[in-house]
Design a protein around this ligand. Structure first.
Ligand SMILES: [Zn+2]
Length: 164
């Protein structure tokens, strides 16, 4: 994705209240973020342990969303719905996002089981755990990157589909 400033990210929030946006805390390493190697930018709010944020270029537009980590833990180790990292490098947890428009204001949310630390972009760039000689690793990586991008965008489209 392209690089974005903190102000651009704040301006791109959808379905968030002004006070929620005011409380957003960016990570300390924000200036070192390599946007180039990411399909989305996401981070956990160090001041609010259950809160995280997702920033995606969606249909040519920057979209930021608030993610809330659910209290309940999945009963067994699950695979991330976005990066589908088979090695389960990161614990996958349930995050919910408020749906767009009046549905969201009434408390309607969409949930997704994804990497707790949201490092999916790094996970899809790893070498596959097992591969044969002659395997086209670059092609596999491209495919994984495209898949991640597509799944994140499908989720964002669903979140925004109820906007009025
Ligand atoms: Zn993931």
């Amino acid at each position: 994705m392209n690089s974005h400033t903190q102000q651009q990210i704040l301006n791109a929030f959808r379905g968030a209240t002004r006070s929620e946006i005011k409380k957003v805390t960016f990570p300390l390493d924000f200036d070192d973020v390599d946007f180039d190697r990411r399909e989305f930018y996401a981070w956990r709010d160090r001041k609010m342990p259950r809160r995280a944020y997702l920033v995606v270029e969606h249909d040519g537009e920057l979209v930021s969303l608030i993610l809330n980590r659910a209290e309940a833990k999945p009963s067994r180790r699950a695979m991330c719905a976005w990066c589908r990292d088979v090695e389960l490098t990161e614990e996958a947890v349930l995050y919910t996002v408020r749906r767009g428009g009046s549905n969201g204001r009434r408390g309607d949310t969409l949930g997704v089981l994804i990497c707790a630390d949201l490092n999916c972009s790094a996970n899809v760039r790893k070498r596959p755990p097992a591969f044969h000689k002659g395997t086209d690793l670059a092609a596999i990586r491209q495919e994984q990157i495209a898949g991640l991008s597509q799944r994140v965008n499908t989720f964002v489209a669903e979140v925004l589909s109820t906007e009025d």
